[in-house]
Design a protein around this ligand. Structure first.
Ligand SMILES: Nc1ncnc2c1ncn2[C@@H]1O[C@H](COP(=O)(O)OP(=O)(O)OP(=O)(O)O)[C@@H](O)[C@H]1O
Length: 216
């Protein structure tokens, strides 16, 4: 489903990933681990089609990203849900509108949008808060709102970068359980973390990175 073959990612003045080959199969739950700066976010961004590799190939759903133009890449990205730190909520829109955004981009209107948004809010336990503005939600609730937005397009792949990062351990556990439950209904889940307690709860296979390469 996601295949990395000899992938290198270079940013100006910095090689974030070097010669990484790995595969995430359909329906798998995989945790990407490693120290700060190991390349976890970079690997996840490449797997989500948010960045392009400098060398090597990334193949998602059988499509080599290097061969895709921007439009085709945008279409492919709609089949992937992602929760990234720099993918912020819109603070001038309420919870419902934040979750509806990907559907509006995909051309959905009217009752189908409302049905899907409420189904997503319900899955993350925020159905009662659809009118709340993000600022009125706790950090954990905001994170769940990001997850509702990521799943509203019913993606077959869900990618989350440190989704438990700033949360206390009870809340972090509940967030991890959410990802596990999505995986149990067939969604391929790729999640990064350096928090051992969260990782134990995630279970699944690990991809360990150290200094931009697969750890031995
Ligand atoms: N846009 C960028 N421009 C330049 N360098 C970058 C960029 N993004 C990441 N890097 C560098 O690439 C390396 C890997 O970064 P990455 O964010 O993938 O690590 P990480 O394992 O996710 O770290 P953390 O756990 O601290 O988030 C780091 O040295 C980082 O400074």
């Amino acid at each position: 489903m996601i295949q990395f073959s000899a992938v290198t990612k270079r940013y100006p003045g910095r090689e974030a990933l070097h010669d990484v080959s790995c595969e995430i199969g359909s329906g798998e739950l995989v945790a990407v681990t490693g120290h700060s700066g190991a390349g976890k976010t970079t690997l996840l961004k490449l797997a989500a089609g948010l960045e392009r590799a400098t060398a090597g190939s990334v193949v998602i759903h059988g499509q080599n990203l290097a061969a895709l133009g921007e439009t085709a890449l945008a279409v492919l990205r709609r089949r992937i849900g992602f929760v990234f730190q720099d993918h912020k909520l819109l603070f001038d829109r309420n919870a419902f509108e934040n979750v509806a955004l990907p559907l509006r981009v995909a051309g959905f209107t009217g009752s189908e949008t409302a049905r899907r948004v409420r189904a997503s809010l319900d899955k993350v336990g925020l159905l009662e808060r659809e009118k709340a503005m993000p600022v009125a939600l706790s950090g954990g609730e905001q994170q769940r709102l990001c997850i509702a937005r990521a799943i509203v397009n019913r993606p077959s792949i869900l990618i989350a970068d440190e989704p438990t990062g700033n949360l206390d351990s009870d809340y972090a556990g509940a967030i991890v359980d959410l990802f596990v439950s999505f995986n149990q209904v067939g969604v391929t889940v790729l999640i990064s973390s350096h928090d051992e307690r969260s990782l134990d709860r995630v279970g699944g296979r690990r991809i360990a990175l150290a200094k931009g390469a697969l750890a031995a």
